[in-house]
Design a protein around this ligand. Structure first.
Ligand code: NAD
Ligand code: ZN
Length: 357
């Protein structure tokens, strides 16, 4: 089989590998639609999770089942499926405690393109197919569907973790595709005012479409000051962080009210050392006592999550396809799509590669 891989830090290339073996409860899937993630960019070009050699990249896919193990009940070859970015080991202790994305250690539910070959292959392996695949609903476009495995799941988690009440004021820092789903998630959770912080014109347009009431450019001055100014000094009930470097925690804490939640979904990818730190503002955080609470999370995975996200889309609550600004046709276009995600031109939100078998 062929795949687009991380050869080493800073280098990608096409490689050949043996077809993966299918365990009794697993599936082998061929891609229908694929999307590169900013996390692939952190992983390859910032070496953010350490070195990886000849590891096939990618964790956002729709696919068609090619083979199933003897114990798989609900899927058969030919089924069109949503493949979650996160494919936990559902029997583990962490899953039973309610944290399936962290099975086998921190971020352990994230297997594709982390410690096993990802979905940017002409076929790939999915563990526990009955738990980690969902049927692609009839009528869902591939451009919309491929946003579910990671973008919707992560962005919505940002809003879910933020304890948004009906009428809450929310700030979303960073409006790439993940932050845009944070905006959409905040609206679905009943937020009143939603500040979207970002500059890319394409993102600003979609942010308004997804429910942003105020657009703030972090290039026009300090973000926290701008939002404090517009809220009469009050700040916000919830902050969702979906972009920026470690310093963005300063804005997040400074703009948050006492009693708020700062919900981080950002992958702090810059820096390679285990001594790197993420700063918090001592005074803005009430010397550590201001009831400004930090939540973190890795994208929720698994079948039920995908089925619920599909309900959101199929019933018209939000249209993920608005984020698919660059649509490529053909598996061979993957490299171009990934490099586009790295370069982030102004008109880009998310590149999508339609493979269609
Ligand atoms: P993106 O790069 O498209 O969007 C982030 C945006 O934030 C960029 O446009 C950037 O210019 C902007 N930004 C930079 N500094 C800023 C600042 N100070 N204030 C506001 N905005 C600022 O990225 P994305 O694809 O939307 O992903 C967002 C982050 O989420 C990435 O770090 C990605 O790796 C991470 N991620 C995490 C998970 C998870 O499971 N938690 C899943 C997927 C992606
Ligand atoms: Zn991702």
């Amino acid at each position: 089989m062929k795949g687009l891989a991380m050869l080493k830090i800073g280098e990608i290339g096409w490689i050949e590998k043996d077809r993966p073996a299918c365990g009794p409860r697993d599936a082998i899937v061929k891609p229908l639609a694929l999307a590169p993630c900013t996390s692939d960019v952190h992983t390859v070009w910032e070496g953010a999770i350490g070195d990886r050699h000849n590891l096939i990249l990618g964790h956002e896919a729709l696919g068609i089942v090619d083979e199933v193990g003897s114990e798989v009940k609900d899927f058969k070859p030919g089924d069109r499926v949503i493949v979650p970015a996160i494919t936990p080991d559902w029997e583990t202790e962490a899953a039973q405690r309610g944290f399936p994305s962290q099975t086998g250690g921190p971020l352990g539910g994230w297997k594709f393109s982390n410690f096993k070959d990802g979905v940017f292959g002409d076929c790939f392996h999915v563990n526990l197919a009955d738990y980690n695949l969902a049927h692609l609903p009839e009528g869902m476009s591939l451009e919309a569907g491929v946003m579910l495995p990671d973008m919707l799941s992560t962005g919505f988690m940002g809003a879910e973790n933020a304890n948004i009440q009906i009428g809450s004021t929310v700030a979303v820092l960073g409006i790439g595709p993940v932050g845009l789903c944070g905006v959409a998630g905040a609206r679905l959770r009943g937020a009143g005012r939603i500040f979207a912080v970002g500059t890319r014109p394409a993102s600003v347009r979609v942010a308004k479409e997804y429910g942003a009431t105020d657009i703030i450019s972090y290039k026009d001055g300090n973000t926290a000051d701008q939002i404090l100014d517009r809220t009469g000094g009050a700040g916000v009930d919830a902050v969702i962080i979906a972009g920026g470097g470690p310093d963005i925690m300063m804005d997040a804490i400074n703009v948050a009210k006492p009693g708020s939640v700062i919900s981080n979904i950002n992958y702090f990818g810059s820096g390679l050392g285990d001594q790197d730190v993420i700063p918090l503002p001592r005074v803005g955080w009430g010397f550590g006592m201001a009831d400004k609470n930090i939540m973190t999370g890795l994208c929720p995975g698994g079948r039920v999550r995908m089925e619920r996200l599909a309900e959101v889309v199929m019933h018209g609550r939000m249209d993920p396809a608005l984020m698919a600004t660059h649509v490529f046709k053909g598996f061979d276009k993957l490299e171009e799509a990934l490099l586009l995600m790295k370069d982030k031109p102004k008109d880009l939100i998310k590149p999508v590669v339609i493979v269609e078998q």
